[in-house]
Design a protein around this ligand. Structure first.
Ligand SMILES: Nc1nc2c(ncn2[C@@H]2O[C@H](COP(=O)(O)OP(=O)(O)OP(=O)(O)O)[C@@H](O)[C@H]2O)c(=O)[nH]1
Ligand SMILES: [K+]
Ligand SMILES: [Mg+2]
Length: 515
């Protein structure tokens, strides 16, 4: 055929040729092996690669609270757990795995009976720590508990556990990731409903999974960039591979940025939002603090200038944790002590997440009310006060003193809530408004993305984002690949897969013994 293009003629009957490894195949092979080498063992959730500190020994501790109680739980973890169970119980055989059995407990040395107790046997790795574990559910009297602890101490190979050691072993055996460990610690310390919900979500591994998804994106991008470095010049790569990596990295930057903008919320939920009660003297600030905290935290008196220092008290406000601060009434031209109180009040106001501004509803036209309205309330509400996004609720207190037609309406008065600390009228409305404000400040732990509950999380996400800022493949591919590696390292440290001993020490120190 005269019109055939020049070049090698097709072979074979149908003109088919044996396939050469084409660019796409080559890329697939390359990426899959690179990903394999780069990826952190994705399915088997491993903790730090280092062995559990002190593993080999068997630890024991009282895991329920201290003090007299109905039932106390004592547990052991480590290879000698089975031996410990056998030496304390009669009959001496191990109970079936994970089934509660009633046994007589005896001191192994003196054979003296200690208690009749439920015992449980959890052979590793199907246990909380991944090691052989035993539990003794004994009667909660102090003499029983100390008797059993002493008996366990006499079993060879057993020693008392350090604070957080059970959880540390669980982490070391890949039973929990680092963010899950933090979730567990928070669950133990949760004091409000919102904190509990947040801690449970973190214990379920939501934050860890999110980070792992991000890390996999980075791993993929890194594999693509490295493929380009190695093979790009040979023209063997499918077009658009680098473009795809670029767009994935840019999308990741947007996601990280959005998460970081929310960062303070998770921390507020964990340690409490700062709610500062402020206003002119005698508005009823201390009365409100006492009402919200349901105890007489602050002195209340008809004398203006009663509160001088900042008084801080942790409270559960509508299910959210808050640090409530009572402050001195803001006014000028007073003695040096009260002036210092006013200075402290102003300083505390600057640090507030939420300002509860209190005015006397029957005294809106006084100069101190007017000053407070114009120097604090209106500038904060209109957002002209500062760059920070403080929130404010205006409360007009002493509504019981108002004539029936309500307060003298002030033209510049922003949206307000009427309250009487004396009769309690308006308290429900105020609590509902507080709930909304705190949900906005802390994030709603029932919905929405997992929150960053610790400064550590924020630090590593910011580090990751900063590293991605150096990802400029058009300029220098090698530097771009390095930027991706640094970014990935930050995510690894967040979930503990790149964990250094120091981070672990800090985190596990927060645990109680027996957890
Ligand atoms: N009628 C009425 N009196 C109230 C109400 N709330 C507070 N008071 C009274 O107002 C006075 C001042 O209350 P405080 O709570 O001490 O006011 P404060 O704003 O903390 O005052 P300073 O600390 O001096 O700035 C007290 O005599 C309270 O009993 C209210 O709702 N109705
Ligand atoms: K007062
Ligand atoms: Mg006061």
């Amino acid at each position: 055929n005269a019109n055939s293009p020049p070049g090698p003629r097709p072979h074979g009957i149908l003109g088919l040729v044996p396939a050469q490894p084409g660019p796409i195949l080559l890329l697939l092979a390359l990426v899959s092996t690179s990903v394999w080498n780069l990826r952190w063992t994705p399915c088997t959730r491993q903790g730090s690669s280092a062995p559990a500190p002190g593993s080999g020994s068997t630890i024991f501790a009282l895991s329920s609270g201290q003090g007299r109680c109905g039932i106390a739980v004592i547990r052991t973890s480590g290879p000698a757990s089975g031996q410990a169970l056998r030496s304390l119980t009669a009959p001496r055989d191990l109970p079936p795995a994970r089934k509660a059995c009633l046994r007589l407990l005896r001191d192994p040395l003196s054979a003296e009976p200690l208690d009749r107790a439920l015992v449980l046997w959890f052979p590793g790795p199907q246990s909380f720590t991944g090691e052989d574990c035993a539990e003794f559910h004994v009667h909660g009297g102090p003499a029983v508990v100390s008797g059993v602890l002493q008996a366990l101490g006499s079993v060879p190979g057993l020693r008392p556990a350090e604070a957080g050691e059970f959880t540390r072993r669980a982490f070391a055996h890949g039973k929990l990731s680092l963010t899950e460990v933090e979730g567990l610690a928070d669950l133990i310390h949760a004091e409000t409903e919102a904190q509990r919900r947040q801690a449970l979500r973190q214990l379920d591994g939501e934050l860890g999974h999110l980070c792992q998804g991000w890390a996999e994106t980075l791993t993929r991008a890194l594999a693509h960039v490295e493929a380009y470095i190695d093979f790009g010049e040979d023209d063997n790569l499918e077009e658009g591979v680098l473009d795809q990596a670029n767009s994935e990295v840019r999308e990741l930057e947007v996601a990280l940025g959005a998460h970081l903008r929310d960062a303070r919320r998770g921390q507020r939920l964990r340690s409490g939002a700062h709610v500062v009660v402020a206003g002119p003297p005698n508005a009823g600030k201390s009365s409100l603090v006492n009402l919200l905290s349901r105890k007489p935290v602050s002195i209340v008196s008809p004398e203006p200038g009663t509160t001088r220092d900042v008084l801080e008290t942790p409270v559960d406000l509508a299910g959210f944790p808050a640090l409530l601060s009572d402050t001195a009434g803001l006014r000028e031209g007073v003695g040096p002590v009260e002036q210092e109180g006013v200075r402290r009040a102003q300083k505390r106001l600057e640090q507030a997440d939420l300002i509860l501004a209190v005015l006397d509803a029957s005294d809106l036209t006084s100069s101190s009310s007017h000053d407070f309205l114009h120097t604090v309330v209106i500038p904060t509400v209109t957002g002209s006060a500062s760059a920070s996004s403080q929130r404010l609720l205006l409360v007009l207190n002493k509504s019981d003193l108002l004539p029936s037609q309500g307060p003298d309406l002030h033209p510049d008065l922003p949206r307000y809530l009427l309250l009487s600390c004396l009769t309690g009228e308006g308290l429900d409305g105020l609590l509902e408004a507080l709930r909304k404000e705190l949900a906005a400040l802390c994030g709603d732990p029932s919905t929405g993305p997992p929150l960053l509950t610790r400064a550590r999380h924020q630090h590593h996400l910011q580090g990751c984002l900063d590293a991605l800022g150096h990802y400029k493949p058009a300029k220098d591919l090698a530097l771009a690949a390095e930027a991706l590696r640094v970014a990935r390292g930050h995510l690894a440290r967040l979930t503990g897969r790149g964990g250094t001993e120091e981070i672990l020490d800090i985190i596990f120190r927060d645990f109680c013994v027996g957890k």
